[in-house]
Design a protein around this ligand. Structure first.
Ligand code: ADP
Ligand code: ZN
Ligand code: ZN
Length: 734
């Protein structure tokens, strides 16, 4: 009997589909991990061969024949398939959609999996020093030769593309002189040497210890939490570890939040290693993404810098995974297949028996807990590299003070002193736009979004009112739609408003605003950062964007206009997030000899967690906050799963989740709490009514067992057909 193909098809069904092999194909020749084209309903779809079986689940006569096998060799290895199957089970997400998440769009659509390699510009002479001299009168050619000296195996075309000058004519010049030539970087002549350029300093003892610990673990699974304040030299540790992995012939995956994958960081890896570096993030073209993917899958490229979605990418001989800023919420996919790239990375390392390093200045309480349980090994870099000082904190009690657009006289004085010293000040404001609310002074009317339970945000720059949740926008109204009064007032603080106020208070100072609005145009953020680094800026105003990834060595004052909003929120994680944000923003300030000051404006100067944070730093805070969580039996001391449902009417999602709750309660032990259903924190969004239902348990297996048992019954409920529903395992926003 011919074997049956078990195929994962990207549809929202929690199962594989059976096919017979295409005519003329012997199933015995097929290996799981190849793509298969199959008839599906009235259409054709591309799927992934997950396995072969002797007997189908349905009558053999009803089976359809697969149309084609796309790949002669598997795209996904048995290890890759094992990881994806685990993820599908753990996140209770349809396997076909999980597999699709591991492929790029082009590969999902059946495009050929041929790795074209990359053109390299290679030196044609060994004596590059003389060659440089020979080009003394052609400075661009000389610059290219210096680049060739850093990359004796050839400079990748993509690396040249990053140069902001006309390298093409310089390259042609070198080729004409017989000093360089183009070649294809294919398997046969893949670079053999990956010598790294050593750093211009000696590693400090903490760095050496961290590197030694991870090096000793190579070749086996260990999870490390590398806790190091901003500027403590974590990235340097990553570079050294990369070198260790490459020296053993392995490949390495370095995962970062989207915003941290900056050109500077890429440049740091590229200038350190002479091997190609693959990049994978949402800003690339699909062709570029496929190239990075295939380069790692084939083992042609050794270093990957990628974001969340890269965690499932197949890698031929993965030697280590590093995930930086592990506390960052952008590692959690918040729609569709909701996975945590951090947790998947740890599981992947376990399945492959390799080390995984999670780095952060402000580790999540989950990771801190895992350290306390002995699941992760703790490595610390407590000092700033090169001996730079830690910033000092000051709490500013703003009760009873007259604020000028949210700025207290004391904060304004701090800014003035900083500017007088010729240093930079950074103001953190948690909302973008001019003001989060527009209200009528005569009747109290508030501009609301028609489709969401949310206020419209005033954007003064382009005279618009915008909803930050659904994208609705309209022009800024001049009169109240309730009473017609023209006395409309913006309420609350946004970055634009603070920028304007500072412009009035310090008319001579050069201020820049950094938020999603001001950096929308491509290249704009880089240009602004450049101005800041070159000292062409005196005051920086921005949102969380300022708290991530960038270092501002000239900044010596950080002002946080409002810490209170984060301390008093319904989300139990808001305290943790606020502490992380404050610490991260603070860490951007001051470098080397320049000491930074961090000023926090508050109306609750007695808040206990705020005090712990300031007195004992983030670690002390994490300890205290963990104790609160333990007492309240909240994660990480309990496990959660959140059912969400939405529809255009309010009844359907509530009724559906009530059915789910009933089904759960029928079978439940005391160890599973079923909480809800309740309206979602923003009950109406983009015109959809949203409800949620929380499952919580101290026992992870019990929680997952219940969900698994419920899912088949839930899918069959009539109520399920009237809503869009999903399940979120380990949710991070409730
Ligand atoms: P992090 O990633 O923790 O913010 P980095 O690795 O970027 O820290 O290091 C911060 C700065 O200190 C960088 O400019 C880096 O080159 C430098 N640096 C790192 N390690 C050392 C060291 N041992 N001695 C001197 N400078 C160092
Ligand atoms: Zn009015
Ligand atoms: Zn809206």
């Amino acid at each position: 009997m011919t074997k049956i193909l078990k195929v994962a098809v990207s549809v929202p069904l929690r199962r594989l589909f059976d096919y017979v092999p295409p005519a003329g194909t012997d199933a015995a020749d097929l290996k799981p991990g190849v793509r298969v084209e199959v008839p599906f309903g009235r259409r054709r779809k591309f799927g992934m061969l997950m396995g072969l079986a002797d007997e189908p689940e349905v009558d053999r006569g009803r089976l359809k024949e697969a149309s084609a096998i796309l790949d002669s060799e598997p795209l996904l290895s048995p290890d890759d398939l094992r990881l994806l199957s685990w993820a599908s089970r753990y996140y209770h997400h349809p396997i076909g959609e999980v597999v699709a998440a591991a492929l790029t769009v082009l590969l999902r659509k059946g495009s050929a999996a041929e790795w074209a390699g990359e053109r390299l510009l290679r030196p044609s002479t060994e004596d590059l020093a003389s060659a440089e001299q020979a080009c003394a009168r052609a400075p661009r050619q000389a610059a290219l030769i210096r680049l060739l000296r850093e990359h004796p195996n050839g400079v990748p075309h993509s690396r040249l593309g990053e140069l902001d000058w006309d390298w093409r004519s310089a390259a042609e010049g070198l080729i004409r002189k017989g000093l360089a030539s183009w070649c294809e970087n294919r398997e046969a002549d893949a670079p053999a040497c990956h010598s790294a350029v050593s750093p211009p300093f000696t590693l400090n003892p903490d760095q050496q210890e961290a590197i030694a610990a991870v090096r000793a673990a190579l070749g086996a699974y260990t999870a490390f939490l590398l806790e190091g304040v901003t500027g403590s030299g974590k990235t340097e540790v990553y570079l050294q570890l990369t070198q260790e992995v490459l020296a053993r012939g392995g490949q390495i995956m370095i995962l970062l939040p989207e915003i941290n994958l900056t050109p500077q960081l890429q440049a740091r890896f590229r200038s350190r290693f002479s091997v190609p570096v693959a990049i994978f993030h949402s800003g690339l073209t699909e062709a570029e993404r496929r190239r990075s993917w295939l380069g790692m899958q084939r083992g042609e490229v050794s270093i990957l810098l990628g974001t969340r979605s890269a965690v499932f990418m197949p890698v031929k001989s993965l030697g280590m995974i590093i995930l930086d800023e592990e506390h960052d919420t952008s590692f959690k996919q918040q729609d569709g297949f909701r996975f945590s790239a951090r947790d998947v990375a740890v599981m992947r390392a376990r399945l492959l028996d390799i080390p995984v390093v999670l780095g952060s200045a402000t580790p999540s309480l989950e990771s801190v807990y895992n350290v306390s349980q002995g699941r992760y090994r703790h490595l610390r870099l407590p000092h700033r590299a090169g001996g730079a000082a830690q910033p000092g904190f000051r709490l500013l009690d703003i009760r009873g003070h007259r604020l000028r657009e949210g700025l207290s006289p004391a904060l304004i004085a701090y800014i003035a002193e900083t500017l007088a010293r010729g240093e930079q000040a950074l103001l953190f404001v948690n909302r973008r736009g001019f003001a989060p609310t527009l209200t009528c002074h005569a009747c109290g009317w508030v501009a609301r979004c028609r489709r969401c339970d949310a206020n419209l945000v005033v954007h003064a720059g382009d005279h618009r009112l915008r909803c930050h949740h659904c994208g609705f926008e309209q022009s800024l109204v001049g009169s109240c739609s309730g009473c017609g009064s023209e006395d409309l007032r913006p309420l609350g603080l946004g970055t634009e408003r603070v920028e304007k106020a500072l412009g009035e208070i310090f008319p001579g100072a050069r201020a820049v605003r950094i938020d999603r609005d001001s950096t929308r145009r491509k290249g704009r953020l880089e240009a602004l950062l450049n101005d800041i680094h070159e000292g062409r800026v005196d005051i920086l105003i921005g949102t969380q964007m300022l708290a991530k990834g960038h270092h501002f060595p000239r900044v010596t004052l950080v002002g946080i206009t409002d810490v209170d909003s984060g301390l008093y929120s319904t989300d139990f994680r808001s305290g943790e997030r606020t502490a992380q944000l404050v610490t991260q923003v603070a860490g951007r300030a001051g470098r080397e000899e320049r000491m930074g000051t961090v000023v926090l404006q508050t109306r609750h100067p007695g808040h206990p967690l705020l005090h712990v944070l300031i007195r004992e730093g983030y670690s002390g805070f994490a300890k205290a906050c963990s104790e609160e969580r333990r007492a309240a039996l909240l994660p990480p001391f309990a496990y959660q799963a959140l059912w969400r449902a939405e529809a255009s009417d309010i009844e359907a999602p509530r009724r559906f989740l009530e059915r789910v709750a009933n089904l759960a309660n029928q079978r439940t032990s005391r160890d599973l709490q079923v909480l809800g259903p309740v309206p979602a924190p923003m009950a109406r969004r983009a015109g959809r009514q949203r409800y949620q239902l929380l499952f919580q348990s101290g026992l992870r297996n019990l929680l997952h067992g219940n969900i698994e048992a419920l899912l088949p019954r839930i899918s069959e409920l009539d109520e399920a057909k009237r809503v869009r529903w999903s399940i979120d395992i380990d949710p991070i926003d409730l």
